[in-house]
Design a protein around this ligand. Structure first.
Ligand code: ADP
Ligand code: 5GP
Length: 194
């Protein structure tokens, strides 16, 4: 069963997309920590861990060879290349969580979000926008985790992603963090109880 509306005890899939550095992780960590029935899917990636990132918690950090095997064996619900690394959603843990009745957030980039529209057509999709490109750049730089080349790749990709924001069911500008948290909470409540 791919539709998660068919069974009322099955959890919802919710997709959140937005340019790198817009604040998706900051918002989602806070929301998920407040609600045990709202989970964040843990993606696999070939990028190196940032300081403080824990394998199996923030991402499954895998080699390119392992990532290719996961694709070949159909273990990924969706996957995409982003800023010279690969990212994908492991299928089995997601299916297990939604069958347990948990609502699961996929925090993924644009190409992955488009793929999920095929597999989970009922999944609501939310796009997070920055207040401006200058503020987005400031946040990426302040995070202090990316090289100049990686910052440039992320900003270039941000333009493409922002141009596609209208494809999503909801758009939210992450300006004031406190206000954005409240707005996102309200949007997610609508997604969970349509
Ligand atoms: P993403 O997960 O979208 O890549 P992060 O959550 O890592 O982004 O946030 C990038 C940086 O922006 C972090 O340093 C975070 O503290 C900061 N940030 C997030 N939201 C806001 C906000 N509303 N106002 C100012 N800074 C923010
Ligand atoms: P970062 O390297 O900043 O953690 O993530 C870079 C981008 O990859 C972000 O836009 C993030 O949403 C996206 N991403 C993270 N996990 C996945 C995934 O499983 N699939 C896809 N398609 N994108 C992902």
């Amino acid at each position: 069963m791919t539709s998660n509306e068919a069974n009322p005890t099955t959890g919802q899939v919710i997709v959140i997309t937005g340019p790198s550095g817009v604040g998706k992780g900051t918002l989602l960590r806070q929301l998920c920590s407040q609600d045990e029935n709202l989970c964040l899917s843990v993606s696999a990636t070939t990028r190196a861990p940032r300081p403080g990132e824990i394998d199996g918690q923030h991402y499954y950090f895998v080699t390119l060879e392992k990532f290719r095997t996961m694709i070949a064996q159909g273990e990924l619900l969706e996957w995409a290349e982003f800023a010279q690394h690969y990212y994908g959603t492991p299928r089995a843990p997601l299916e297990m969580l939604i069958h347990q009745g948990k609502d699961v957030i996929l925090e993924i980039e644009l190409e992955g979000a488009r793929q999920v529209r095929t597999t989970y057509p009922d999944a609501r999709q939310i796009f997070i926008l920055p207040p401006s490109m200058a503020e987005l750049e400031r946040r990426i730089r302040d995070r202090g985790q990316d090289s100049e080349a990686a910052i440039a790749r992320r900003l270039a990709r941000a333009q493409t992603e922002i141009a596609a924001a209208a494809e999503f069911d909801y758009q939210l500008v992450n300006d004031d963090l406190h206000q954005s948290l409240q707005e996102l909470e309200s949007i997610i409540a609508q997604c969970r109880h349509p």
